[in-house]
Design a protein around this ligand. Structure first.
Ligand SMILES: Nc1ncnc2c1ncn2[C@@H]1O[C@H](COP(=O)(O)OP(=O)(O)OP(=O)(O)O)[C@@H](O)[C@H]1O
Ligand SMILES: [Mg+2]
Length: 297
């Protein structure tokens, strides 16, 4: 397998994981099943959104993708490397970078540039190259101007972009973001999503975005919906959001445009398809209205 380019950058094969708590004598006092029978193949360059209500296993799954957790059963492969292979773990962590919800817990440097340099420093990158990587990473998230700022002086969205730059400076091929916008205001959310989409489109970085926000999943290539530690639904956003009833059954909603189209249908207007955005909704309504005027004529 060595040297082979894997089209599938991340794979899960029947993964099961339990959080097990033991007492001093080693007896199991709590056993929480967090993942069961999870399988997927993620292709290089894909943008994947993972949805699911609280406790459905999203973060546990994310932590499996860079070896922070390893499967109790089954296997996770990153570029064909098994996350249980201790010799590969640093290669895996280099390929799969994680960004978490709270930027304040991730930023440790006193100055933006210093913070972004920590990752490559830990990898033992030579100083000259660190400087290049830091500059490049900050440019990629549009934070060059703030490079000498104290992170305290930044907005939430800016801090989160610095966190992303810190991961980018390690030159990952996969960016795993666990609810990166949950603590941000709408402006911060937009900034972070734009940065992530641009990395995916322009540089073909594989993105795995965990989110509670249905609108953030609309632009993904594919969605995985988690429920009770399993993948309950998967498909393109249009395929997944067409299944409003199944989503409701597991406690999830649909994007605004899909919901409005559904309400209009209940009111008797023949809005067709699954419009995902406001623009698509307006088009679908116009088509339905044209049909009515056509019928009257
Ligand atoms: N460190 C832990 N110890 C014990 N149980 C845990 C731990 N972390 C998570 N769990 C349990 O594992 C299950 C999956 O949790 P996980 O954090 O992966 O869900 P999630 O989908 O990320 O939830 P959220 O939307 O709240 O972030 C839940 O039942 C949770 O209570
Ligand atoms: Mg979580």
């Amino acid at each position: 397998m060595e040297g082979k380019i894997h089209r599938m950058i991340a794979q899960a094969r029947d993964v099961a994981y339990h959080y097990i708590r033991r007492d001093e004598e080693g007896r199991v006092v709590r056993d929480t099943a967090a993942l069961s029978s999870v399988s997927f193949d993620i292709e290089r360059g894909e943008f994947i959104a993972i949805l699911g209500h609280n406790g459905s296993g999203k973060s546990t799954l994310a932590k499996h993708l860079n070896g922070l957790l390893t499967p109790g059963e089954g296997a996770v492969l990153i570029e064909g490397m098994d996350t249980r292979d201790g010799e590969q773990i640093w290669n895996i962590r280099r390929i799969a970078g994680m960004v978490f919800q709270n930027p304040d817990n991730q930023i440790i440097g006193q100055i933006v540039e210093e913070d972004v340099a920590f990752g490559p420093e830990n990898l033992g990158v030579p100083p000259q190259e660190i400087a290049e990587r830091v500059q490049e990473a900050l440019a990629r998230v549009g934070m060059t101007e703030k490079r000498r700022f104290s992170p305290n002086k930044l907005s939430g969205g800016q801090k989160q972009r610095v966190s992303i730059a810190g991961v980018l400076a390690m030159r990952p091929k996969i960016l795993i973001l666990d609810e990166p916008t949950a603590m941000l205001d709408p402006e911060g959310r937009r900034e972070v999503l734009e940065a992530v989409h641009s990395l995916n489109r322009r540089e073909r970085i594989t993105v795995i975005l965990i989110t509670h926000d249905m609108e953030e999943a609309v632009d993904a290539d594919r969605i995985y919906v988690m429920d009770g530690g399993r993948i309950a639904l998967t498909g393109t956003p249009r395929e997944v959001f067409a299944q409003a009833e199944q989503l409701a059954a597991i406690g999830l909603t649909v994007p605004m445009a899909v919901a409005v189209a559904g309400l209009l249908r209940q009111e008797g207007l023949a809005v067709e398809g699954t419009p995902l955005t406001q623009e698509e909704l307006v088009e679908a309504i116009c088509r339905a209205a044209d049909k009515i005027t056509g019928d009257i004529k």
